[in-house]
Design a protein around this ligand. Sequence first.
Ligand code: TTP
Ligand code: MG
Length: 351
Amino acid sequence: MKNKIIHIDIDAFYASVEELDNPSLKGKPLAVGGLSDRGIVATVNYPARRYGIHSAMPIFMARALCPSLIVVKSNREKYLKKSKEVFNIIADYSRNMEKVSIDECYIDLSHSNEPVNLAMDLKRRILKETGLTVSMGLSYNKFLAKIASDWKKPDGFMIISDSDMPEILYKLDINKVHGLGEMSQEKLRKIGINTIEDLMGLKEDFLFDLFGKMGIEIYERIRGIDRREVIPDRTRKSMGVERTFLETNNKKELNSYLDKYSKELAEDLKKYNLGFKTLTLKLKTHDFKTSTHSKTYSTTIKSYEDILEKSKALFKENYTEKKLRLMGISASNLVDLDTIQLSFKDIKNPD
Ligand code: TTP
Ligand code: MG
């Protein structure tokens, strides 16, 4: 099977951007996140990881682990700009690029006879033109490409061919299996399943009983079967913002998050000139239970004010006063506003 899919993930992204802006930070333990007492670590550079600090950890806890930790306030605008620079370079290498997050994407290199050389060239160009290192994984499907990019972070490049399968996966922890959430991992650990090798010992029916359709996907993926295509962003299905924070049931605080998310979602939609019809609110309670609540509207939504009003209403309808540790909103049923304008113009000025 041809190795044709690359997964690319920028190393310690927010922290690396801050180091580029202020090179004196390089080599020192650095965290990016909220500065207040209730702040959460968005990410840390690799020196700080040696202290056991990681994303979603409260800042006060991170400081306790490493008193010399430098904390820089996160600046999303700046990271979005840098992310665009990197994606623009990647887009030169494949028309088929699917962004997964601000620092992560898949590209399909089926068209190329030498994907390895292309990948190495891309890596060099990103470093030269943006100063950032990325980790890349090349394989014959998405699941394995992602596992490969995670293999040798930072600045890694790993190839997983079908002849390496499935042995290469045996030792990996189940947290490397994309598709297995925290709750699912917990369920598996309770019955003594901690590695992919353990997971391979489970029957397909058993996984189906445990996780439904996703269980079948997981059964197949760890055996090297993953039929998901790289879907270019032009045909993306949804767009969203979510974040982990310190557990809280303070409505004022939770509403302020909704305000922030609405602003960010409106900005992202504007960038792609999109509107949407379905809004989904995601809530994760302190005991890791996740629920989603969706509503579809007859009109197209795009403005910050509109998103905020509707997400506040969804929140009011569905919030049960329990302490939350994560909240998010997402837009689906996306409407391409370019197309709407075009057809409107066409009606006004028929040929
Ligand atoms: P990641 O790619 O998960 O992390 P990273 O790039 O910092 O580090 P790695 O080298 O392991 O890839 O996420 C990308 C950015 O998204 C990260 O720099 C900050 C942000 N982020 C958050 O704000 N909160 C989070 O909980 C996570 C996981 C990431
Ligand atoms: Mg990253």
